[in-house]
Design a protein around this ligand. Structure first.
Ligand code: HEM
Length: 505
Protein backbone atom coordinates (compact mmCIF):
# COMPACT_ATOMS: atom_id res chain seq x y z
CA UNK A 1 0.00 0.00 0.00
CA UNK A 2 1.29 3.45 -0.94
CA UNK A 3 1.60 5.21 2.43
CA UNK A 4 1.30 8.64 0.80
CA UNK A 5 -2.07 7.75 -0.72
CA UNK A 6 -3.52 7.19 2.71
CA UNK A 7 -5.97 9.74 4.00
CA UNK A 8 -6.13 11.17 7.51
CA UNK A 9 -8.71 10.96 10.27
CA UNK A 10 -10.01 14.39 9.28
CA UNK A 11 -10.80 13.07 5.77
CA UNK A 12 -13.27 10.49 7.03
CA UNK A 13 -16.77 11.60 6.02
CA UNK A 14 -19.39 12.31 8.64
CA UNK A 15 -21.74 14.92 10.05
CA UNK A 16 -20.22 18.16 11.28
CA UNK A 17 -20.97 19.20 14.86
CA UNK A 18 -23.50 21.64 13.47
CA UNK A 19 -25.25 18.98 11.39
CA UNK A 20 -25.30 16.67 14.39
CA UNK A 21 -26.92 19.35 16.51
CA UNK A 22 -29.42 20.27 13.79
CA UNK A 23 -30.43 16.61 13.38
CA UNK A 24 -31.12 16.36 17.12
CA UNK A 25 -33.25 19.50 17.42
CA UNK A 26 -37.08 19.18 17.43
CA UNK A 27 -38.18 18.41 13.82
CA UNK A 28 -34.61 17.19 13.07
CA UNK A 29 -34.14 13.68 11.57
CA UNK A 30 -32.81 12.24 14.81
CA UNK A 31 -34.93 14.01 17.38
CA UNK A 32 -35.69 11.46 20.12
CA UNK A 33 -34.33 8.62 17.99
CA UNK A 34 -32.30 5.72 19.37
CA UNK A 35 -28.55 5.38 18.91
CA UNK A 36 -29.19 2.51 16.51
CA UNK A 37 -31.34 4.76 14.30
CA UNK A 38 -28.62 7.39 14.43
CA UNK A 39 -26.01 4.92 13.19
CA UNK A 40 -28.31 3.76 10.35
CA UNK A 41 -29.08 7.32 9.28
CA UNK A 42 -25.43 8.37 9.02
CA UNK A 43 -24.46 5.08 7.40
CA UNK A 44 -26.95 5.82 4.62
CA UNK A 45 -25.54 9.35 4.24
CA UNK A 46 -21.82 8.65 4.59
CA UNK A 47 -21.17 4.94 4.00
CA UNK A 48 -19.56 2.12 5.96
CA UNK A 49 -17.08 4.34 7.77
CA UNK A 50 -17.91 7.75 9.21
CA UNK A 51 -16.75 10.00 12.01
CA UNK A 52 -18.98 11.34 14.69
CA UNK A 53 -17.98 14.41 16.64
CA UNK A 54 -18.32 13.54 20.33
CA UNK A 55 -21.55 11.74 21.07
CA UNK A 56 -20.39 8.99 23.39
CA UNK A 57 -20.04 10.84 26.70
CA UNK A 58 -20.23 14.07 24.68
CA UNK A 59 -16.54 14.77 24.70
CA UNK A 60 -14.57 12.99 22.02
CA UNK A 61 -14.59 12.01 18.41
CA UNK A 62 -15.64 8.52 17.37
CA UNK A 63 -15.12 6.53 14.20
CA UNK A 64 -18.07 4.27 13.38
CA UNK A 65 -17.58 1.13 11.26
CA UNK A 66 -20.01 -1.24 9.56
CA UNK A 67 -17.88 -3.65 7.59
CA UNK A 68 -17.11 -6.93 9.43
CA UNK A 69 -13.69 -7.00 7.76
CA UNK A 70 -12.95 -3.69 9.50
CA UNK A 71 -14.23 -5.10 12.83
CA UNK A 72 -11.80 -7.96 12.34
CA UNK A 73 -8.94 -5.57 11.67
CA UNK A 74 -9.71 -3.54 14.81
CA UNK A 75 -9.80 -6.68 16.95
CA UNK A 76 -6.72 -8.23 15.38
CA UNK A 77 -4.66 -5.10 16.06
CA UNK A 78 -5.87 -4.50 19.63
CA UNK A 79 -2.79 -6.09 21.20
CA UNK A 80 -2.53 -7.91 24.53
CA UNK A 81 -4.14 -5.16 26.57
CA UNK A 82 -7.17 -3.99 24.60
CA UNK A 83 -8.87 -0.80 25.69
CA UNK A 84 -12.55 0.04 25.69
CA UNK A 85 -14.07 3.31 26.76
CA UNK A 86 -16.34 2.78 29.76
CA UNK A 87 -18.83 4.86 31.69
CA UNK A 88 -17.01 7.97 32.86
CA UNK A 89 -19.19 8.45 35.96
CA UNK A 90 -18.35 4.91 37.09
CA UNK A 91 -14.67 5.48 36.47
CA UNK A 92 -14.70 8.77 38.39
CA UNK A 93 -16.49 7.20 41.34
CA UNK A 94 -14.06 4.29 41.68
CA UNK A 95 -10.85 6.18 40.91
CA UNK A 96 -11.50 9.55 42.52
CA UNK A 97 -14.43 9.53 44.94
CA UNK A 98 -13.73 6.15 46.56
CA UNK A 99 -10.11 5.53 45.76
CA UNK A 100 -9.56 4.06 49.22
CA UNK A 101 -12.07 1.27 48.43
CA UNK A 102 -11.06 0.54 44.84
CA UNK A 103 -7.53 1.93 44.37
CA UNK A 104 -5.71 1.18 41.14
CA UNK A 105 -7.20 -2.28 40.84
CA UNK A 106 -10.72 -0.95 40.56
CA UNK A 107 -12.28 -3.71 38.46
CA UNK A 108 -12.21 -4.91 34.87
CA UNK A 109 -14.65 -2.41 33.47
CA UNK A 110 -12.62 0.65 34.44
CA UNK A 111 -8.99 -0.50 34.39
CA UNK A 112 -6.60 -0.63 31.46
CA UNK A 113 -3.05 -1.77 30.68
CA UNK A 114 -1.13 -3.92 33.12
CA UNK A 115 -3.50 -3.40 36.03
CA UNK A 116 -6.42 -4.68 33.91
CA UNK A 117 -4.33 -7.59 32.66
CA UNK A 118 -3.36 -8.74 36.17
CA UNK A 119 -6.95 -8.63 37.38
CA UNK A 120 -8.23 -10.27 34.25
CA UNK A 121 -5.98 -13.34 34.62
CA UNK A 122 -7.32 -13.89 38.14
CA UNK A 123 -10.90 -13.43 36.94
CA UNK A 124 -10.38 -15.75 33.93
CA UNK A 125 -9.19 -18.45 36.26
CA UNK A 126 -12.24 -18.19 38.52
CA UNK A 127 -14.96 -17.29 36.05
CA UNK A 128 -14.10 -19.05 32.80
CA UNK A 129 -12.90 -22.49 33.92
CA UNK A 130 -15.52 -25.27 34.22
CA UNK A 131 -13.80 -26.67 37.32
CA UNK A 132 -14.20 -23.39 39.19
CA UNK A 133 -17.74 -22.88 37.93
CA UNK A 134 -19.19 -26.23 38.89
CA UNK A 135 -19.46 -25.16 42.55
CA UNK A 136 -21.93 -22.50 41.50
CA UNK A 137 -24.30 -24.68 39.49
CA UNK A 138 -26.38 -25.98 42.45
CA UNK A 139 -26.79 -22.40 43.73
CA UNK A 140 -27.90 -21.17 40.29
CA UNK A 141 -30.31 -24.09 40.04
CA UNK A 142 -31.79 -23.27 43.45
CA UNK A 143 -32.40 -19.67 42.38
CA UNK A 144 -34.03 -20.86 39.14
CA UNK A 145 -36.35 -23.16 41.07
CA UNK A 146 -37.35 -20.23 43.31
CA UNK A 147 -38.04 -18.27 40.10
CA UNK A 148 -40.38 -21.08 38.93
CA UNK A 149 -42.37 -20.71 42.18
CA UNK A 150 -42.56 -16.93 41.60
CA UNK A 151 -44.01 -17.57 38.13
CA UNK A 152 -46.54 -20.05 39.52
CA UNK A 153 -47.68 -17.58 42.15
CA UNK A 154 -47.85 -14.63 39.79
CA UNK A 155 -50.06 -16.21 37.15
CA UNK A 156 -53.68 -15.19 36.85
CA UNK A 157 -55.83 -18.24 37.80
CA UNK A 158 -57.76 -18.50 34.53
CA UNK A 159 -55.45 -17.11 31.85
CA UNK A 160 -52.10 -18.18 33.37
CA UNK A 161 -50.73 -14.82 32.28
CA UNK A 162 -48.22 -13.03 34.54
CA UNK A 163 -48.53 -9.34 35.29
CA UNK A 164 -46.87 -6.70 33.12
CA UNK A 165 -44.26 -6.04 35.81
CA UNK A 166 -42.81 -9.52 35.26
CA UNK A 167 -39.60 -7.78 34.20
CA UNK A 168 -38.99 -7.12 37.89
CA UNK A 169 -39.05 -10.85 38.67
CA UNK A 170 -36.65 -11.55 35.79
CA UNK A 171 -34.29 -8.88 37.18
CA UNK A 172 -34.57 -10.42 40.65
CA UNK A 173 -33.67 -13.83 39.21
CA UNK A 174 -30.57 -12.32 37.57
CA UNK A 175 -29.61 -10.33 40.67
CA UNK A 176 -30.01 -13.31 43.01
CA UNK A 177 -28.00 -15.50 40.63
CA UNK A 178 -25.10 -13.02 40.73
CA UNK A 179 -25.36 -12.66 44.52
CA UNK A 180 -25.22 -16.44 44.89
CA UNK A 181 -22.11 -16.73 42.68
CA UNK A 182 -20.38 -13.66 44.05
CA UNK A 183 -21.24 -13.81 47.76
CA UNK A 184 -22.98 -17.17 48.27
CA UNK A 185 -25.88 -15.23 49.71
CA UNK A 186 -29.49 -14.33 48.92
CA UNK A 187 -31.40 -11.09 49.35
CA UNK A 188 -34.71 -12.95 49.51
CA UNK A 189 -36.13 -11.17 46.44
CA UNK A 190 -37.57 -14.37 44.99
CA UNK A 191 -38.80 -15.83 48.25
CA UNK A 192 -40.47 -12.58 49.33
CA UNK A 193 -38.05 -12.18 52.26
CA UNK A 194 -36.29 -9.07 50.94
CA UNK A 195 -36.00 -6.26 53.44
CA UNK A 196 -36.51 -2.53 52.89
CA UNK A 197 -32.76 -1.94 52.45
CA UNK A 198 -32.54 -4.52 49.69
CA UNK A 199 -35.56 -3.03 47.92
CA UNK A 200 -34.01 0.44 48.06
CA UNK A 201 -30.71 -0.97 46.81
CA UNK A 202 -32.48 -2.42 43.75
CA UNK A 203 -34.22 0.90 43.04
CA UNK A 204 -30.91 2.77 43.30
CA UNK A 205 -29.26 0.27 40.98
CA UNK A 206 -31.96 0.74 38.31
CA UNK A 207 -31.85 4.50 38.65
CA UNK A 208 -28.09 4.61 38.19
CA UNK A 209 -28.47 2.52 35.01
CA UNK A 210 -30.86 5.11 33.62
CA UNK A 211 -28.96 8.17 34.73
CA UNK A 212 -25.57 6.90 33.56
CA UNK A 213 -27.02 6.36 30.08
CA UNK A 214 -28.26 9.96 30.00
CA UNK A 215 -25.01 11.26 31.46
CA UNK A 216 -22.39 9.18 29.70
CA UNK A 217 -23.90 8.02 26.40
CA UNK A 218 -26.98 9.85 25.16
CA UNK A 219 -26.29 12.81 22.89
CA UNK A 220 -27.89 16.06 24.02
CA UNK A 221 -27.55 19.40 22.22
CA UNK A 222 -27.68 21.26 25.51
CA UNK A 223 -27.72 19.51 28.84
CA UNK A 224 -28.35 22.12 31.52
CA UNK A 225 -28.93 19.43 34.13
CA UNK A 226 -25.62 17.70 33.52
CA UNK A 227 -24.04 18.84 36.79
CA UNK A 228 -27.03 17.64 38.83
CA UNK A 229 -27.15 14.33 36.99
CA UNK A 230 -23.48 13.81 37.77
CA UNK A 231 -23.97 14.55 41.48
CA UNK A 232 -26.98 12.25 41.56
CA UNK A 233 -24.98 9.48 39.91
CA UNK A 234 -22.26 9.82 42.60
CA UNK A 235 -24.89 9.70 45.34
CA UNK A 236 -26.50 6.59 43.84
CA UNK A 237 -23.14 4.83 43.43
CA UNK A 238 -22.32 5.60 47.06
CA UNK A 239 -25.58 4.03 48.25
CA UNK A 240 -25.18 1.02 45.95
CA UNK A 241 -21.56 0.47 47.00
CA UNK A 242 -22.37 0.63 50.69
CA UNK A 243 -24.99 -2.06 50.39
CA UNK A 244 -23.25 -4.32 47.85
CA UNK A 245 -19.69 -4.15 49.24
CA UNK A 246 -20.95 -4.48 52.80
CA UNK A 247 -22.55 -7.71 51.65
CA UNK A 248 -19.06 -9.00 50.93
CA UNK A 249 -18.07 -8.51 54.58
CA UNK A 250 -21.39 -9.51 56.07
CA UNK A 251 -21.63 -12.88 54.34
CA UNK A 252 -18.13 -13.76 55.46
CA UNK A 253 -18.98 -13.14 59.08
CA UNK A 254 -22.25 -15.05 58.87
CA UNK A 255 -20.64 -18.08 57.21
CA UNK A 256 -17.85 -18.16 59.73
CA UNK A 257 -20.25 -17.88 62.63
CA UNK A 258 -22.36 -20.69 61.23
CA UNK A 259 -19.27 -22.81 60.88
CA UNK A 260 -18.07 -22.14 64.42
CA UNK A 261 -21.56 -22.63 65.73
CA UNK A 262 -21.73 -26.09 64.18
CA UNK A 263 -18.37 -27.02 65.63
CA UNK A 264 -18.69 -25.63 69.10
CA UNK A 265 -22.41 -25.21 69.60
CA UNK A 266 -21.59 -21.80 70.95
CA UNK A 267 -23.74 -18.71 71.00
CA UNK A 268 -23.93 -17.52 67.37
CA UNK A 269 -24.57 -13.89 68.18
CA UNK A 270 -21.76 -13.79 70.71
CA UNK A 271 -19.28 -15.26 68.25
CA UNK A 272 -20.37 -12.78 65.57
CA UNK A 273 -19.83 -9.88 67.94
CA UNK A 274 -16.39 -11.18 68.94
CA UNK A 275 -15.38 -11.43 65.32
CA UNK A 276 -16.64 -7.98 64.43
CA UNK A 277 -15.07 -6.38 67.52
CA UNK A 278 -11.72 -8.04 66.94
CA UNK A 279 -11.72 -7.07 63.25
CA UNK A 280 -10.50 -10.58 62.39
CA UNK A 281 -9.69 -11.21 58.75
CA UNK A 282 -12.48 -13.73 58.49
CA UNK A 283 -11.77 -14.72 54.93
CA UNK A 284 -8.63 -16.56 55.93
CA UNK A 285 -10.75 -18.79 58.18
CA UNK A 286 -12.51 -20.45 55.26
CA UNK A 287 -10.92 -23.66 54.19
CA UNK A 288 -12.97 -24.76 51.21
CA UNK A 289 -13.66 -22.59 48.17
CA UNK A 290 -17.00 -24.37 47.84
CA UNK A 291 -18.31 -22.55 50.92
CA UNK A 292 -17.39 -19.17 49.57
CA UNK A 293 -18.55 -16.72 47.01
CA UNK A 294 -16.26 -16.05 44.06
CA UNK A 295 -15.60 -12.59 45.46
CA UNK A 296 -14.51 -13.98 48.83
CA UNK A 297 -11.91 -16.10 47.03
CA UNK A 298 -10.52 -12.97 45.35
CA UNK A 299 -10.67 -10.95 48.55
CA UNK A 300 -8.18 -13.28 50.22
CA UNK A 301 -5.49 -11.83 47.93
CA UNK A 302 -6.75 -8.44 46.86
CA UNK A 303 -9.52 -6.63 48.69
CA UNK A 304 -9.67 -3.70 46.27
CA UNK A 305 -9.99 -5.91 43.22
CA UNK A 306 -12.73 -7.90 44.98
CA UNK A 307 -14.60 -4.62 45.54
CA UNK A 308 -14.12 -3.59 41.89
CA UNK A 309 -15.19 -6.96 40.53
CA UNK A 310 -18.21 -6.94 42.84
CA UNK A 311 -19.30 -3.71 41.12
CA UNK A 312 -18.52 -5.15 37.67
CA UNK A 313 -20.59 -8.24 38.35
CA UNK A 314 -23.51 -6.11 39.43
CA UNK A 315 -23.41 -3.63 36.57
CA UNK A 316 -22.35 -6.03 33.81
CA UNK A 317 -23.99 -9.22 35.04
CA UNK A 318 -27.58 -8.47 36.02
CA UNK A 319 -29.46 -6.47 33.37
CA UNK A 320 -27.52 -8.28 30.62
CA UNK A 321 -28.66 -11.77 31.61
CA UNK A 322 -32.12 -10.49 32.40
CA UNK A 323 -32.41 -8.96 28.91
CA UNK A 324 -31.10 -12.20 27.33
CA UNK A 325 -33.73 -14.29 29.13
CA UNK A 326 -36.55 -11.97 28.07
CA UNK A 327 -35.39 -12.23 24.44
CA UNK A 328 -35.28 -16.00 24.66
CA UNK A 329 -38.78 -16.22 26.16
CA UNK A 330 -40.11 -13.97 23.37
CA UNK A 331 -38.54 -16.15 20.70
CA UNK A 332 -39.61 -19.47 22.21
CA UNK A 333 -43.16 -18.24 22.71
CA UNK A 334 -43.31 -17.11 19.07
CA UNK A 335 -42.51 -20.55 17.70
CA UNK A 336 -44.13 -23.41 19.58
CA UNK A 337 -42.59 -26.01 17.24
CA UNK A 338 -39.07 -24.93 18.15
CA UNK A 339 -40.14 -24.79 21.80
CA UNK A 340 -41.27 -28.42 21.51
CA UNK A 341 -37.99 -29.53 19.87
CA UNK A 342 -36.12 -27.89 22.74
CA UNK A 343 -38.39 -29.49 25.33
CA UNK A 344 -37.72 -32.93 23.84
CA UNK A 345 -33.97 -32.33 24.23
CA UNK A 346 -34.37 -31.16 27.80
CA UNK A 347 -36.89 -33.78 28.99
CA UNK A 348 -34.31 -36.50 29.45
CA UNK A 349 -32.06 -34.48 31.78
CA UNK A 350 -32.18 -35.89 35.26
CA UNK A 351 -32.18 -33.97 38.54
CA UNK A 352 -30.07 -32.68 40.18
CA UNK A 353 -28.64 -30.69 37.28
CA UNK A 354 -24.89 -31.02 36.87
CA UNK A 355 -22.20 -30.22 34.31
CA UNK A 356 -22.24 -33.90 33.37
CA UNK A 357 -25.93 -34.29 32.64
CA UNK A 358 -26.05 -30.89 30.90
CA UNK A 359 -23.13 -31.71 28.61
CA UNK A 360 -25.07 -32.66 25.50
CA UNK A 361 -27.57 -29.88 24.82
CA UNK A 362 -26.81 -28.58 21.30
CA UNK A 363 -30.33 -27.30 20.58
CA UNK A 364 -30.53 -25.33 23.82
CA UNK A 365 -27.20 -23.66 23.09
CA UNK A 366 -28.32 -22.96 19.50
CA UNK A 367 -31.56 -21.36 20.79
CA UNK A 368 -29.61 -19.06 23.12
CA UNK A 369 -27.21 -18.09 20.33
CA UNK A 370 -30.00 -17.42 17.86
CA UNK A 371 -31.92 -15.40 20.41
CA UNK A 372 -28.85 -13.24 21.10
CA UNK A 373 -28.71 -12.58 17.37
CA UNK A 374 -32.31 -11.43 17.06
CA UNK A 375 -32.25 -9.58 20.38
CA UNK A 376 -28.59 -8.77 21.08
CA UNK A 377 -27.92 -7.61 24.61
CA UNK A 378 -25.01 -5.33 23.72
CA UNK A 379 -26.02 -3.06 20.81
CA UNK A 380 -22.46 -2.01 20.02
CA UNK A 381 -18.92 -3.02 20.81
CA UNK A 382 -16.09 -0.54 20.98
CA UNK A 383 -12.33 -0.24 21.21
CA UNK A 384 -9.86 2.56 21.70
CA UNK A 385 -6.99 1.96 19.30
CA UNK A 386 -3.73 1.02 21.01
CA UNK A 387 -1.63 1.76 17.91
CA UNK A 388 -2.08 3.54 14.57
CA UNK A 389 -4.13 1.40 12.19
CA UNK A 390 -5.31 1.75 8.60
CA UNK A 391 -8.96 1.24 7.78
CA UNK A 392 -10.33 1.71 4.26
CA UNK A 393 -7.34 3.89 3.33
CA UNK A 394 -7.69 6.13 6.36
CA UNK A 395 -4.95 6.37 8.95
CA UNK A 396 -6.57 6.05 12.36
CA UNK A 397 -4.23 7.29 15.10
CA UNK A 398 -3.58 5.62 18.44
CA UNK A 399 -6.17 6.48 21.16
CA UNK A 400 -9.09 6.87 18.72
CA UNK A 401 -12.48 5.57 19.87
CA UNK A 402 -13.96 3.08 17.43
CA UNK A 403 -17.60 2.02 17.56
CA UNK A 404 -18.93 -1.15 15.94
CA UNK A 405 -22.75 -1.16 16.00
CA UNK A 406 -23.21 -4.89 15.56
CA UNK A 407 -26.91 -4.64 16.31
CA UNK A 408 -27.41 -2.94 12.94
CA UNK A 409 -26.05 -6.02 11.14
CA UNK A 410 -27.70 -8.84 13.08
CA UNK A 411 -30.83 -8.89 10.90
CA UNK A 412 -29.06 -8.19 7.61
CA UNK A 413 -29.83 -10.72 4.84
CA UNK A 414 -26.29 -10.18 3.55
CA UNK A 415 -25.02 -12.10 6.57
CA UNK A 416 -27.95 -14.26 7.70
CA UNK A 417 -30.45 -16.00 5.45
CA UNK A 418 -34.06 -15.40 6.62
CA UNK A 419 -32.52 -12.92 8.97
CA UNK A 420 -35.73 -11.97 10.77
CA UNK A 421 -36.64 -15.56 11.64
CA UNK A 422 -35.75 -17.52 14.75
CA UNK A 423 -33.78 -20.43 13.25
CA UNK A 424 -31.63 -22.08 15.96
CA UNK A 425 -30.70 -24.73 13.36
CA UNK A 426 -28.31 -22.27 11.72
CA UNK A 427 -25.97 -22.77 14.69
CA UNK A 428 -26.00 -26.58 14.54
CA UNK A 429 -23.05 -28.37 13.04
CA UNK A 430 -23.55 -29.62 9.50
CA UNK A 431 -26.31 -27.18 8.66
CA UNK A 432 -25.17 -25.78 5.34
CA UNK A 433 -28.49 -24.21 4.41
CA UNK A 434 -28.45 -21.48 7.01
CA UNK A 435 -24.70 -21.25 7.42
CA UNK A 436 -23.55 -18.08 9.20
CA UNK A 437 -21.61 -16.12 6.63
CA UNK A 438 -19.18 -14.08 8.72
CA UNK A 439 -17.97 -14.80 12.26
CA UNK A 440 -17.13 -11.14 12.87
CA UNK A 441 -20.74 -10.02 12.47
CA UNK A 442 -21.91 -12.11 15.38
CA UNK A 443 -19.94 -11.48 18.58
CA UNK A 444 -22.58 -11.24 21.36
CA UNK A 445 -19.97 -11.55 24.10
CA UNK A 446 -17.28 -9.52 22.34
CA UNK A 447 -13.91 -10.71 21.13
CA UNK A 448 -10.37 -11.45 22.27
CA UNK A 449 -8.74 -11.01 25.68
CA UNK A 450 -11.26 -8.30 26.64
CA UNK A 451 -14.35 -10.37 25.74
CA UNK A 452 -17.05 -10.86 28.38
CA UNK A 453 -15.54 -12.52 31.44
CA UNK A 454 -19.01 -13.54 32.65
CA UNK A 455 -19.93 -15.41 29.46
CA UNK A 456 -19.78 -18.86 31.05
CA UNK A 457 -21.69 -17.75 34.13
CA UNK A 458 -24.34 -16.10 31.92
CA UNK A 459 -24.66 -19.22 29.75
CA UNK A 460 -24.93 -21.43 32.83
CA UNK A 461 -27.65 -19.20 34.29
CA UNK A 462 -29.60 -19.14 31.01
CA UNK A 463 -29.31 -22.88 30.39
CA UNK A 464 -30.37 -23.78 33.92
CA UNK A 465 -33.32 -21.41 34.00
CA UNK A 466 -34.60 -22.47 30.56
CA UNK A 467 -34.38 -26.14 31.53
CA UNK A 468 -36.44 -25.41 34.64
CA UNK A 469 -38.98 -23.25 32.80
CA UNK A 470 -39.56 -25.70 29.95
CA UNK A 471 -39.87 -28.66 32.29
CA UNK A 472 -42.69 -26.80 34.04
CA UNK A 473 -44.44 -24.61 31.49
CA UNK A 474 -45.54 -24.07 27.94
CA UNK A 475 -44.65 -20.42 27.21
CA UNK A 476 -46.91 -18.19 25.11
CA UNK A 477 -47.15 -14.46 24.48
CA UNK A 478 -50.31 -12.94 23.02
CA UNK A 479 -49.23 -9.32 22.65
CA UNK A 480 -47.37 -7.28 20.06
CA UNK A 481 -43.64 -7.89 19.80
CA UNK A 482 -42.96 -4.63 17.94
CA UNK A 483 -39.99 -2.67 19.27
CA UNK A 484 -39.43 -5.34 21.88
CA UNK A 485 -36.17 -3.77 23.05
CA UNK A 486 -34.74 -0.29 23.12
CA UNK A 487 -31.00 0.33 22.94
CA UNK A 488 -29.54 1.97 26.03
CA UNK A 489 -26.08 1.06 27.35
CA UNK A 490 -27.47 -2.42 26.80
CA UNK A 491 -30.72 -3.37 25.05
CA UNK A 492 -33.55 -3.24 27.57
CA UNK A 493 -37.06 -4.71 27.26
CA UNK A 494 -39.64 -2.24 26.05
CA UNK A 495 -42.84 -4.30 26.33
CA UNK A 496 -45.24 -5.35 29.06
CA UNK A 497 -43.86 -8.84 29.64
CA UNK A 498 -47.22 -10.53 30.04
CA UNK A 499 -46.14 -14.06 29.20
CA UNK A 500 -48.56 -16.96 29.59
CA UNK A 501 -47.09 -19.89 31.50
CA UNK A 502 -49.38 -22.93 31.23
CA UNK A 503 -48.47 -26.00 33.25
CA UNK A 504 -46.75 -28.49 31.03
CA UNK A 505 -47.99 -32.00 31.62
C1 HEM B 1 -26.12 -12.67 28.23
C2 HEM B 1 -25.40 -12.00 29.11
C3 HEM B 1 -24.19 -11.16 28.77
C4 HEM B 1 -23.81 -10.58 27.59
C5 HEM B 1 -24.51 -10.68 26.23
C6 HEM B 1 -22.57 -9.89 27.84
C7 HEM B 1 -21.86 -9.18 26.87
C8 HEM B 1 -20.67 -8.52 27.10
C9 HEM B 1 -19.92 -7.79 26.12
C10 HEM B 1 -20.33 -7.62 24.65
C11 HEM B 1 -18.82 -7.28 26.71
C12 HEM B 1 -17.74 -6.45 26.02
C13 HEM B 1 -16.73 -7.41 25.42
C14 HEM B 1 -15.69 -6.77 24.53
O1 HEM B 1 -15.35 -5.60 24.72
O2 HEM B 1 -15.20 -7.44 23.59
C15 HEM B 1 -18.86 -7.69 28.10
C16 HEM B 1 -17.90 -7.36 29.04
C17 HEM B 1 -17.97 -7.74 30.36
N1 HEM B 1 -18.91 -8.55 30.95
FE1 HEM B 1 -20.50 -9.39 30.03
N2 HEM B 1 -22.23 -10.04 29.15
C18 HEM B 1 -23.18 -10.82 29.77
C19 HEM B 1 -23.20 -11.25 31.08
C20 HEM B 1 -22.23 -11.00 32.01
C21 HEM B 1 -22.19 -11.53 33.35
C22 HEM B 1 -23.21 -12.49 33.94
C23 HEM B 1 -21.09 -10.98 33.97
C24 HEM B 1 -20.56 -11.21 35.36
C25 HEM B 1 -20.76 -12.28 36.07
C26 HEM B 1 -20.44 -10.13 32.99
C27 HEM B 1 -19.29 -9.40 33.24
C28 HEM B 1 -18.61 -8.66 32.29
C29 HEM B 1 -17.42 -7.89 32.59
C30 HEM B 1 -16.76 -7.73 33.96
C31 HEM B 1 -17.01 -7.31 31.38
C32 HEM B 1 -15.78 -6.45 31.16
C33 HEM B 1 -14.61 -7.38 30.84
C34 HEM B 1 -13.29 -6.68 30.63
O3 HEM B 1 -13.30 -5.51 30.25
O4 HEM B 1 -12.25 -7.34 30.84
N3 HEM B 1 -21.15 -10.17 31.81
N4 HEM B 1 -19.99 -8.44 28.31
Amino acid sequence: MNIKALKSLADIPGPTKLALIRDHLPFGTLYRKTSSELYNTYRKRHGNIFRLPGIYSNDSLEVVLFDPRDFEHVFRTEGLWPTRKGLSSMKHYRHVRRNELFGDAAGLDVEHGESWSNQRSVANHLMMKPDALKNYLPRIDKISKEFIEVIKNQRAPLTFEVKDNFELSVDYWALESIASVGFNTSFGFLSGRENALAKQFYRNFKEYSKISYKLDIEFKVIDILRYFKFQKSMWLLEKITKFWILELDKTEVISLVQKLHKKEQSNVLGVAMDILMAGVDVVSEFDKDAEMGLLHVIKRDDKKFANGLAMDMLFAGVETTSSALVGLLLNLSADLNKQEILRKEIESIEEPLSFDNMKNLPYLRACIKESLRLYPVAPVNSRTTTQEIVIQDFRIPKHTDIVMPMINLMRDEQYFQNANHFIPERWLRGNEHFKVRDPFVYLPFGFGPRACVGKRIAMMELEVVVINILKNFKIQYYHSRNNAFVPRFINVPNLPLKFTFRDYT
